[in-house]
Design a binder for this molecule. Structure first.
Ligand SMILES: Cc1cc2nc3c(=O)[nH]c(=O)nc-3n(C[C@H](O)[C@H](O)[C@H](O)COP(=O)(O)OP(=O)(O)OC[C@H]3O[C@@H](n4cnc5c(N)ncnc54)[C@H](O)[C@@H]3O)c2cc1C
Ligand code: SF4
Length: 333
């Protein structure tokens, strides 16, 4: 295993300063903050991640879930996935988020995993995790063997000729639908990033997965005030019932009046190179009767731009059925 410095700062300013002091910080990949370590340490053991400096942020005071004056929720970066999923306010007002988290990984992993770490978890593309293989995401310019190789689980939305890897997070799909905001503190100060702008499409730079810059620390995530009367659901379809990543998933947040849908927020998982907000599906639902015809039309709209890889054409119909069923179930709840 690659050797590295291990530092345990106790406040955010010290963590950011320690990240900035790294000799090769300009290169971007050599400083890593560590939350639960369930992604980072795995990838370090595989030599996929080889940071010179690891900053354990578990001693920073970022582990609280707090109600904000506007009625929204402030979620600290090191809040464990389990604590967030079982928080009474989340279960009451943002149940889609609780369901998404509880559909991911295992109880043990969720007990360790943090909110910020989940936002930044890396793809499960098998070539990315195998340093004997080329991979543009791991080593820019080396090639993408998945395009002609094993791609059954990979993306049908947002792919490029350089990378077709899926974003694997369940939590992020719910956060996309809930329009979360990500709060960052870094060498250049503080900023707030809308969820839709946080993850990047692969384009010609698949190694850049988010808008974060070297040394940026996620301090917390905020959720807007709850949408009164909304019906919410996260549905995940996968090869086995637990401990498995999504082949297709859908997060839906709906409001309706007099049998018509007044507001819809739709995001998809397992199919996109980033957590996939579908404005096409939302437009197809707006002001339409809440029935199966409308739901299927929304699913067709969501998949209009889908481009299958050699092994995953089945995902298009799977994603349509997933969204249709999620909408039907949410509307009937
Ligand atoms: C066996 C297994 C099965 C899994 N199944 C699923 C699944 O079905 N669905 C799913 O969604 N996920 C699944 N996961 C992934 C899991 O959700 C992630 O590993 C976890 O959320 C990562 O959180 P962490 O705190 O452990 O991150 P870490 O490993 O600590 O960090 C991950 C990345 O985030 C960075 N980071 C962490 N905190 C910060 C911060 N505050 N600011 C800036 N950067 C930061 C780290 O530097 C690193 O690059 C699975 C994982 C395992 C091991
Ligand atoms: S799909 Fe992306 S992560 Fe997978 S091999 Fe290609 S470049 Fe690497």
């Amino acid at each position: 295993m690659h050797t590295f410095e291990f530092i345990r700062p106790t406040d955010s300013a010290a963590a950011i300063a320690a990240a900035a002091q790294s000799k090769t910080a300009q290169q971007g990949a050599d400083v890593r903050f560590m939350g639960g370590g369930t992604t980072l340490i795995d990838l370090m053991k595989l030599n996929v991640e080889t940071p010179a400096r690891v900053l354990d942020i578990n001693r920073l005071p970022l582990d609280k879930i707090e109600l904000m004056p506007d009625g929204g929720l402030k979620i600290g970066a090191t809040v464990r996935n389990s604590d967030l999923a079982y928080d009474a306010r989340v279960q009451r007002d943002y149940v889609v988020l609780s369901q998404a988290i509880l559909n991911g990984a295992s109880a043990q992993v969720r007990n360790m995993a943090t909110v910020a770490g989940n936002l930044l978890q890396r793809t499960r593309c098998m070539y990315f995790r195998d340093t004997a293989m080329p991979c543009n995401k791991r080593e820019p310019g080396s090639g993408c063997p998945a395009i002609t190789g094993s791609n059954r689980t990979l993306a049908i939305l947002g792919a490029s000729e350089h990378c077709i890897a899926t974003n694997p997070s369940d939590m992020c799909v719910a956060m996309a639908a809930l329009e979360a905001k990500i709060h960052v503190q870094g060498p250049k100060g503080q900023r707030v990033i809308a969820f839709a702008d946080f993850h990047l499409l692969p384009g010609s730079t698949p190694h850049r997965e988010t808008v974060l810059e070297s040394g940026d620390l996620i301090t917390h995530v905020t959720l807007p005030p709850p949408i009164a009367g909304s019906k919410q659901l996260y549905l995940k379809l996968r090869d086995r019932a637990s401990y498995e990543f999504a082949l297709a998933s859908a997060a839906v947040v709906l409001t309706s009046k007099g049998g018509k849908i007044t507001q819809a927020r739709i995001a998809l998982g397992g199919v996109g190179t980033k957590p996939w907000r579908s404005q096409e599906a939302e437009a197809a639902l707006h002001n339409k009767p809440a029935n199966d015809v409308t739901f299927r039309q929304a699913a067709e709209a969501a998949m209009r731009g889908a481009k299958p890889q050699s092994e995953n054409g089945f995902k298009i119909e799977l994603a349509k059925r997933c969204l249709t069923h999620a909408l039907r179930t949410a509307a009937a709840s």
